[in-house]
Design a protein around this ligand. Structure first.
Ligand SMILES: Nc1ncnc2c1ncn2[C@@H]1O[C@H](COP(=O)(O)OP(=O)(O)OP(=O)(O)O)[C@@H](O)[C@H]1O
Ligand SMILES: [Mg+2]
Length: 361
């Protein structure tokens, strides 16, 4: 590890409460938000050091960022070292210019890199074993290169913040959608109570249940989603718990790969599970098992298994014209996933298995 020795005290006059240690704590918090310390090399930063070295016709250029105990070299042109000691006193102010002890008799030109609040994040410096004169234009150009590095950091931070804000907004929208859907379901339930026809009551309740199942999926979006993807195992686990209490009887998730599925696929998956699990409870009257796996060929496989008497003779899941609304809905959702639906015997020896296979999104 190299030893970079500070030569000049930071001239900051407005020391915060806590003095220099407080200033250093605030500076560290500032650099942390850029998530640059101890990250992998990147061509965008390597281009800056290569250009800086070229500009001074010097063998070494370093773009360093100052952590709590070390200076991390994000780019180290002409040098193998990837970091340097900060010095004896970690509470000492961050100082510029740096002097490289190994090159005391050589040449060192450095400019500090500041964030918009004035915190010193690091430095861009050029080093040579031979001493030399530097003209004003070179210093100006070195500053401009340092500015490119800090601009890059600022743009990345702004993009990350914008993304985080967009995620919050999307999650609020989903939350509102969920509330509205729950409201619609309550209206349908209320309306079902007003009817005297058992068939109308049943239809309205079924409609309310389907609306509620869409609401459940939106709740998962608003609580579990990040960057447009939802951890499917957690989502299905919760869905199974809620379905168990709404349709009555055990609906368990048995084995689900921990994969993040795009939001666009989560809605159909949730609704398919809702229809097939409801069918299994209604027509098979047995415990229901759900599985979700990622297969090697880049496909997801969702299974809904029951332990009932099996499917009626001539049942064709993929030709729903003769079936009820439930299987029509399932087929439409499977098509939306660009998947296929097949039925099998449950491998435990009784009951049926509905298998949906669809490409990884
Ligand atoms: N797990 C199952 N075990 C046995 N029979 C099933 C199972 N799933 C579906 N079926 C049969 O397939 C038929 C069609 O199912 P579908 O979901 O389309 O209609 P439904 O459940 O009768 O009414 P709804 O339109 O309310 O869903 C059912 O009526 C039932 O006979
Ligand atoms: Mg059904």
């Amino acid at each position: 590890m190299l030893h970079l020795v500070p030569t000049q005290l930071d001239a900051r006059a407005d020391l915060p409460p806590g003095g220099r240690a407080g200033l250093e704590a605030a500076r560290l918090a500032a650099i942390e938000q850029y998530r640059i310390l101890d990250t992998a090399p990147e061509p965008a930063f390597d281009r800056i050091t290569a250009l800086a070295a070229d500009l001074f016709n010097a063998p070494i250029a370093i773009l360093g960022f100052i952590g709590a105990e070390h200076v991390f070299f994000k780019s180290h042109h002409g040098l193998d070292a990837t970091q340097a000691c900060r010095g004896e006193d970690p509470a000492a102010p961050v100082m510029m210019p740096w002097l490289r002890a190994e090159f005391t008799n050589g040449f060192h030109a450095g400019i500090p890199l500041h964030d918009p609040d004035g915190y010193e994040l690091g430095m861009l410096c050029v080093i040579d074993r031979r001493s030399r004169q530097v003209d004003e234009q070179q210093v100006r150009q070195l500053r401009a290169l340092g500015g490119i590095a800090t601009d890059l950091l600022a743009m990345r931070l702004a993009a990350r913040r914008a993304l985080a804000q967009a995620e919050i907004t999307a999650s609020e929208v989903d939350h509102r959608a969920m509330n509205s859907l729950q409201f619609v379901a309550s209206l349908l339930q209320l309306q079902s109570r007003a009817s005297e026809s058992p068939e109308v009551v049943q239809q309205l309740r079924a409609a309310a249940d389907r609306v509620l199942s869409v609401a459940r999926v939106h709740r998962s979006f608003s609580t579990q989603e990040t960057a447009g993807r939802v951890p499917i195992a957690a989502h299905l686990r919760r869905l199974c718990e809620e379905l168990s209490s709404s349709v009555g009887g055990e609906i368990r998730l048995e084995g689900a790969d921990e994969v993040d599925v795009p939001k666009a696929q989560v809605l159909p998956i949730g609704l398919i599970v809702n229809e097939l699990a409801t069918n299994a409870r209604k027509h098979a009257g047995s415990p229901v098992t759900i599985t979700f796996h990622r297969r090697a060929e880049g496909a997801y496989e969702l299974c809904v298994l029951d332990e009932g008497p099996g499917l009626p003779a001539g049942f064709d899941a993929a030709a729903p014209s003769g079936l009820g609304l439930g299987m029509k809905v399932v087929n439409a959702l499977v098509a939306q996933l660009q998947g296929t639906l097949t039925t099998h015997a449950n491998p435990i020896g009784r009951g049926s298995c509905f298998k949906v296979t669809f490409p990884v999104g």
